[in-house]
Design a protein around this ligand. Structure first.
Ligand code: ZN
Length: 356
């Protein structure tokens, strides 16, 4: 336990500086179902060499295989390991006893997002259906605060994500799954992205490709300057369910590049530069080894999640080790702390922000 308390003390100032901030900016990025195994150790050998799950094993081996986990993870997510690991904090490498998991019993997506945003796990929420979450969420609380009113927006790839924050009743503009963009100022680039989204085949029925979520999000950030945005990516989960390990890896690498682009664009913009915190996390894990494609209550290990923090108010702790167990439901309290707002989950159990 000695190590835990050492880290606990080290983590203490992580977000305290943000608490008194009267005018924060926050970008929340979720990557659906990206495993901690790939985030912290890169591509897995047995999967990378399986011709049933990788179309061109030589190409993908060359692209993603390296002798050490440190080199492999950097080949897969270079922004995470060259920038976030140096300037921010990462939680969730189980090989180093840094642990995070969901509190809900389902280990599936919609209950994961509900838990993350409402600060509680409701055992009655057991499906992925796009129905409004009955509980109050932290983004709704932000939108009720005078400092953030009308400045909280959301983009997601997968249809059900906006229902996790019952965005219509909360008054939070959101766009998911082939819906039109929600920017106040329309730009020629937004119009073009919209035409591309309309014109491309709908490969998945209730989810569009992350490239569109990224493009809508970055254009809306730069055009409208919302103070709080949730960007919800989904490609990793879809390719994993399809057991396409090559495309799953490409999606992880692509998402890393999207995150880098968003970070660099915002840090070059006066409204966001030096004032923005970036919180990146996932909604559930996946199984071990050949069970990697699956997740759910019957899949061992799929309760495991991870989290990264970067930007304003975040200590440069890098990859944490030997720390206590954090829960995805603590993300809501972490968001409240960054924004300096009060938020109590509907179950009345106030949780500590991650790192405090
Ligand atoms: Zn998911």
């Amino acid at each position: 336990m000695k190590h835990f308390f050492l880290l606990f003390l080290t983590l203490m100032p992580l977000l305290l500086s943000a608490k008194s901030d009267k005018d924060a900016r926050l970008v929340i990025i979720t990557i659906d179902g990206l495993r901690w195994q790939e985030v912290f150790s890169g591509a897995e050998k047995n999967l990378l060499t399986d011709t049933k799950q990788v179309r061109d094993t030589k190409l993908y081996h060359d692209t993603y295989w390296r002798p050490t986990p440190e080199e492999r993870r950097e080949a897969l997510m270079p922004f995470v390991w060259n920038t976030i690991a140096k300037k921010g904090t990462l939680i969730g490498n189980r090989d180093k006893n840094s642990m995070m998991q969901v509190a809900n019993k389902t280990n599936i997506s919609y209950p994961g997002y509900c838990e993350m945003m409402t600060g509680m796990a409701d055992d009655a929420i057991t499906s992925n259906d796009p129905v409004n979450n009955p509980h109050r969420n932290v983004l709704e609380a932000a939108n009720e605060n005078a400092r953030y009113k009308g400045s909280v927006v959301m983009y997601g790839s997968w249809k059900s994500t906006r229902f996790a924050i019952h965005n219509e009743q909360a008054g939070i503009p959101a766009s998911v799954s082939y819906e039109r963009n929600i920017a106040k100022k329309q730009t020629p680039r937004l119009q073009m992205v919209e035409r591309m989204l309309e014109g491309m085949p709908h490969f998945w029925r209730s989810e569009h490709f992350d490239a569109f979520t990224y493009a809508f999000a970055i254009e809306t950030l730069l055009a409208d300057h919302p103070k709080v945005m949730w960007i919800s990516f989904g490609d990793c989960d879809e390719w994993a369910h399809a057991r396409k390990y090559d495309l799953y890896l490409d999606a992880a690498k692509g998402t890393d590049a999207f995150i880098r682009d968003i970070y660099e664009a915002l840090e070059a913009d006066k409204f966001y530069r030096g004032k923005t915190t970036y919180l990146i996390t996932c909604d559930h894990g996946r199984g071990f080894g050949n069970e990697w494609a699956n997740h759910g209550s019957g899949t061992k290990g799929s309760e495991v999640t991870w989290l990264m923090l970067l930007g304003k108010g975040v200590e440069a702790l890098g990859e944490t080790t030997e720390c206590g167990l954090y829960y995805t439901k603590q993300v809501a309290a972490t968001i409240a702390s960054i924004l300096g707002i009060d938020f109590t989950p509907d179950d009345g159990a106030e949780l500590l922000p991650i790192g405090e």
